[in-house]
Design a protein around this ligand. Structure first.
Ligand code: PEP
Length: 258
């Protein structure tokens, strides 16, 4: 039994403009309302592109929606001459709850290092924005059987200098890179192996109560058809959903996995 509230977070990546964002969130809210979804039992968040956040905020406020929202990235800097960057303070001002940090697409296509990921985690916490820290191995590492050590090293590096009080609020998403956007899903046992090891690492770096508080999500080709078996694993507390979150009806089915 766990006291952790599951979190289902939809990472839209670079999809949907601000008008499509409104209709998508509206449709998601209606579908979940029809299903009498209990948001206290399973938390729901969408992670739209930056340009959609203001529209999502306006809709959520106007309709008093219980859907939360977050960003997909944040600058390590607080403010200043950093053209094109978005600060954690700007996100906080928009009522953002979460921000994904260290997504594999940022690590791969934008060269984000563990050091930068750590700086971004600290920048988010400084403004009260909760990081969804993404970790996970590529196919070569998985083939070598080194997925646990690889993912734990990413976790440890990302949390350098982060206090126990902060870490208790963090969300960590285990996303094996070979399973993202490929239709290739890790087995529930694969997900449990690394998610459980992440919790063990938190106990080692901090203590058991911190480890018990942190939500560890699985991400990688999650769909309504495979979510239940992944969620049945003791150390999996939710899902980070990419492609399938763009369809509000499918995302609602994922949220309602029980
Ligand atoms: C993601 O980008 O975080 C993700 C898990 O993508 P997908 O669900 O499309 O594999």
């Amino acid at each position: 039994a766990t006291t952790r509230t599951p979190l289902m977070a939809g990472n839209w990546k670079m999809n949907l403009d601000h008008q499509q964002a409104i209709s998508t969130v509206q449709k998601l809210a209606w579908t979940l309302k029809d299903a009498k979804h209990d948001y206290a039992a399973v938390e729901v968040a969408v992670l739209p592109p930056f340009t959609d956040l203001r529209s999502v905020q306006t809709l959520v406020d106007a309709d008093k929606l219980e859907i939360e929202y977050g960003a997909q990235d944040v600058s390590k800097h607080a403010s200043g001459a950093y053209t094109g960057e978005i600060s954690a303070q700007m996100l906080a001002k928009l009522g953002v709850t979460y921000v994904t940090i260290g997504h594999s697409e940022r690590r791969e296509y934008h060269g984000e290092s563990d050091t930068l990921v750590n700086e971004k985690v600290q920048a988010a916490f400084a403004q009260g924005v909760v990081p969804i820290l993404c970790v996970g191995e590529g196919l070569d590492v998985r083939k070598a059987g080194d997925q646990v050590a690889y993912s734990l090293a990413q976790v440890e590096a990302a949390l350098a200098g982060v206090t126990a009080e902060q870490v208790a609020k963090i969300v960590i998403a285990y996303e094996p890179v070979w399973a993202i956007g490929t239709g290739e899903v890790a087995t529930p046992e694969d997900a449990q192996e690394v998610c459980g090891a992440i919790r063990g690492k938190l106990a080692e770096l901090y203590d058991e109560s911190v480890a018990a508080a942190v939500r560890v999500l699985y991400g990688g080709s999650v769909k309504s058809g495979n979510v239940a078996s992944i969620m049945a694993q003791p150390d999996v507390d939710g899902a980070l959903v990419g492609g399938a979150s763009l369809d509000p009806e499918e995302f609602a089915r994922i949220v309602r996995y029980q």
